[in-house]
Design a protein around this ligand. Sequence first.
Ligand SMILES: Cc1ncc(C[n+]2csc(CCOP(=O)(O)OP(=O)(O)O)c2C)c(N)n1
Ligand SMILES: [Mg+2]
Length: 547
Amino acid sequence: MTENLRGADIVARSLERLGCKHVFTLSGNHIMSLFDAALETELDLVHVRHEATAVHMADAWGRLTGEAGVALVTGGPGHANAVGALFTALGAESPMVLLSGHAATWELGRGGFQEIRQADMAAPVAKASWTAKSAATLGQDVAEAMRIATSGRPGPVHVSLPSDLLDERVESNAIVWPDGRDGSASAPALTIAVADAVLAAIAAAARPIIFAGPQFSGTSGRALLARLEAATKTPAVVIESPRGIADATLGALGDVVRGADLIVLLGKALDFTTRWASGRGFDPEVRLISLDPEPALVDRAARQMRERLLIGSTVDVRTAAETLIARVAHGPQRDDRWLVEARAAFDDRPATWASIASSMPGRLHPAEVFRVLRPYVERDANTVLICDGGEFAQWGQSMLPVNRRLINGVAGAIGSSLAFAMAAKLLDPAAPVFAVLGDGTIGFHIAEFETAVRRGLPFVAVLGNDARWNAESQIQLRDYGKDRMHGCELLPARYDQVAAAFGGHGELVERATDLPGAIERALASGKPACINVMIEGQAAPVIRRAQ
Ligand SMILES: Cc1ncc(C[n+]2csc(CCOP(=O)(O)OP(=O)(O)O)c2C)c(N)n1
Ligand SMILES: [Mg+2]
């Protein structure tokens, strides 16, 4: 008799063959066969407290490794909880796969348990989304999902796995196994002719600038972009925040952009973050070049920019950057005056930030928090900094220079930081991990302190507690007036005690002088820690150069 395997075994073993080590999951009826199948593999099931966390962890894994992170959730409500988090992964172009259990195929249309059109539900927030059709080909479904997630413009992919297929037994000689990760199918390479045309346009411009997309936000991407900047003498920045050009990380970028006469979009969509390169804040004559793995985005830029788009080309952007670097020496060179000027603007921070302090007793100004935190994040080059959410985190983004950073990304969805912190720690246990977030934001997934304690994943969450959803309060203040600010208040709650109750470490800080000791104790505790810093709610910083 030949051996036979369940569909669930095929999925689990395929994941293993494809290089997956950790599966970020929350259990449920439809996927218990997969939990069972995992016993016959080396797969590590990281069981979290909300399906969105599983997706956020897979997202962080994808961003940090470049390999598809894998989330596994149950059907119906589990899937529905997971789908919202795909929005963040899609915006960040994060390679990841969401596998969801699903009502049995024979139940469909008959009111099956937790039956819902799952693939349709995930489709708008995924690169691809489908329901597996047969048990024997489940391994190919998984491999195809990983291939799509990592190729071209990376992004999340969803596959629903009907429970009867997972339970079905398949004779081993009928199973088609995937043979290793196949990352081959990428966008085309940048041709030498187009590369030389791009470089000629850059050389001819007075004030060119490169806007890079999320594919350059990781450490290797940033290093590559720095080489491109140095080679072309053209300032190059990653536009990864929903604040886009106003991202305080980039200092007075807005002032630089206003003077630019050429913008090279390198895997960066012409979208709201780039303000469509039009209107106030742009030279009306500014020209664009669009190099993007997605033909539709090159076309979109062409339609909107018309004759202002000099060059549009569908290319793999990472190799395109290498080609540009290699070809620079063959054409006319720029001097570095404009680059030096632009870099000075990016590094510009108001002098007052060095001394600004809160006027409210028992509260810190956000700048005080990050002045204290900065030496701790700079102490180790491998530090991972996570910035999540509203106004407080924007101060962190602008005041904490680090090599490895994860932010919500252009999706602008708050709440992912505790999941990101756990994933970063799981990947690199030796790296210090700091998460900077607001008091509204921590509430989304505060139960994950239990997961972090259970799994031994220490990180330091630095919580700016202004007892409000301040980003929205600021909108009310700006758009409707001081008298119409309402409904965005929160309690000055003891989130530190919540973390401690889950077995983590908690600190309450009400004076700047107490913060260093709290950080030291949090790091020394070796536990997931929450430093609950009472702050004065301040609007996010906006940096403009002194005229
Ligand atoms: C998932 C999601 N829900 C709501 C919002 C809108 N939003 C953006 S920032 C913010 C307030 C965040 O409050 P908090 O974490 O306390 O940070 P603060 O602005 O107070 O520093 C809200 C509600 C969002 N961006 N994402
Ligand atoms: Mg707040």
